[in-house]
Ligand binder design. Sequence first.
Ligand SMILES: N[C@@H](CCC(=O)N[C@@H](CS)C(=O)NCC(=O)O)C(=O)O
Length: 231
Amino acid sequence: MTLLHPIFTRWPAQYPDRLQLFSLPTPNGVKVGIMLEETGLAYEPHRIDIMAHENHDPAFLALNPNGKIPAIFDPDGPGGRPLALFESGAILIYLADKTGRLLSTDPNTRYETIQWLMWQMGGVGPMFGQVGFFNKFAGKAYEDKRPRERYATESARLLGVLDERLAGRDWVMGADYSIADISLLGWVRNLIGFYEARELVGFDRFGHVQRWLERGLARTAVQRGLKVTAA
Ligand SMILES: N[C@@H](CCC(=O)N[C@@H](CS)C(=O)NCC(=O)O)C(=O)O
């Protein structure tokens, strides 16, 4: 079996019958690693080193013209036809539908789960990412601290929304762990860990989020997923 896509000229598939993952263990990247570990789907990981700008390689851009990880190529997509996909939220929904796992088939619950996933994609990801930039990375040296304050304030507000949602619930959707949780775990973990923003956002105020994060990080599949495509 030969996979026909330009991505394989630079990152050849050793197991072409398996789902091919192109990623790195960043907060968006780990979502797909965790999902694949949770569902037990057979996959082949390829590490895309964004620090070395491999995401700008024409072969990678042929898979994701937006030049960002994660992306997948499923040789056994819908109807048995190959499917290439980027955007972590779309990939989570696709993998949930493919496996019948971690996204309810009850229409109301399904849309509510997707609503929280979109909330992560449109709010938590971009805001927490900016906190990382202004608190830990290049933006830290900026003299003007107003951007850092703005993103920290908005991130704290978002954590408050999540905290309220998690009051009396184990997971975002209640008793059922879902792709909404998977989309959020890596971001909250990074915000207080790698981005060193625990105090900046007043994380200790958010007890429900803290306990949810501990529950999530205790899952074996999450622990394995966080390491997928690590160096
Ligand atoms: N909305 C996209 C965002 C993907 C994204 O921002 N990926 C980052 C890593 S977390 C990336 O590839 N950055 C490399 C770059 O911007 O050069 C998704 O959720 O998949």
